[in-house]
Design a protein around this ligand. Structure first.
Ligand code: NAD
Length: 324
């Protein structure tokens, strides 16, 4: 039986990844500051602890693993990473975890390490035109991410690549582009656009309006969680180490995305635009490299994925109403 360590196993992608690895018959140990919020973890062992502590990292890495997934990071949606209020925490906390893991995973003969980087590493100057953003992997330099979150991710990519070069670390690096799905934060400040929009729409009275940050013409592409997991597992099973985009090429403006979800809800709602943290004007995954190297394409279209997620958020809203 193969053994995997999932760091950040209490988070959105980490908890889904644990479930996937269990289905594939791995023995899984998870580590996080917290248990998954919305369902029981499927991990065989789950350690609650702070990966900023070197001692904890040493302890959880004592065993021999076949695969280590480093997903733990201090992160959130635009309301968390683009206001500037959390910059020091975001950089310090995540960098510290990555420094520990790169060091401790090096020099092990057979372990493969996955590092979750982000589309936020791409330079702002290539993402000013909402209709034509450029996010091919080789456009990362000269670097100019628009957030400290992106700078930390870029630093840590380089850190893992340096350990690969000098200390035989067998790493795989993916740049995730807006992953969404059931069981991701939908309120509280760390939620991202898909679940935040679903919440606003699920909570709105028919005939009312919902708030959209910015003018809504900013564009993005969103990838459904099951597609993300397929790509991560393919990457880990390959000899290709990246960095590589894992995202969707289906680009949508936030206004059109909101209208799509309103259509699913069956409500009649208007959009009201307000000031808010919005990030770059346009962003879309460029999948040429991953298609070439791994023959991977997403299976779910945006409307197929978001329909599932809208119903999940709707259930959360209803059950919260019943509780209160
Ligand atoms: P998430 O916030 O749900 O999960 C991250 C987990 O890391 C959380 O459960 C958190 O408690 C844990 N963590 C943070 N600090 C820790 C610490 N000191 N010790 C132990 N655990 C700690 O985020 P996610 O959406 O699941 O993202 C997973 C990874 O993918 C992150 O590295 C994130 O930066 C990256 N990523 C995600 C997206 C996306 O769209 N979700 C996009 C780009 C990159």
């Amino acid at each position: 039986m193969k053994k995997a360590l999932v760091l950040g196993a209490g988070g959105f992608i980490g908890s889904h990844l644990v479930t996937r690895l269990k289905k594939e018959d791995f023995f899984v140990r998870g580590v996080d500051l917290k248990y998954p919020e919305f369902s029981e973890t499927k991990a065989d062992q789950f350690v609650i602890g702070d990966l900023r502590e070197f001692g904890l990292c040493q302890e959880v890495m004592l065993e021999d693993y076949d695969e280590i997934y480093q997903l733990a990071a201090d992160m959130g949606g635009a309301g968390y990473i683009f206001t500037g209020e959390n910059d020091a925490d975001v950089m310090y906390n995540s960098a510290q975890i990555n420094l520990h893991i790169a060091q401790l995973a090096s020099g092990r003969s057979r372990v493969k390490v996955f590092y979750a980087s982000s589309a936020c590493i791409y330079p702002e100057y290539n993402q000013l035109d909402p209709a034509n953003p450029k996010c091919s992997e080789n456009s990362a330099y000269p670097a100019m991410p628009d957030s400290e979150y992106g700078w930390e991710k870029l630093f840590s990519e380089r850190l893992f690549l340096a350990f690969r070069k000098n200390h035989q670390l067998d790493v795989r690096i993916a740049r995730f582009h807006n992953i969404f799905g059931e069981e991701s934060s939908w309120k509280g400040g760390r939620e991202k656009a898909p679940t935040a929009l679903c919440r606003k729409i699920a909570m709105a009275d028919d005939g009312s309006e919902i708030e959209i940050w910015g003018d809504g013409f900013q564009t993005r592409s969103f990838l459904y969680i099951q597609d993300c997991l397929d790509a991560v597992r393919l990457l880990m099973d390959s000899d290709f180490y990246g960095p590589v985009n894992i995202g969707s090429e289906e680009m949508v403006s936030i206004n059109d995305f909101a209208d799509m979800i309103i259509g699913i809800s069956g409500k009649n709602l208007a959009l009201r635009h307000i000031k808010g943290p919005v990030g770059v004007r346009g962003r879309r995954s460029d999948n040429a490299l991953i298609e070439r190297k791994l023959a991977w394409k997403p299976r779910y279209s945006l409307d197929q994925g978001i329909e599932k997620v809208f119903y999940w958020v709707h259930e959360q809203v209803v059950s919260e109403k019943i509780k209160s």
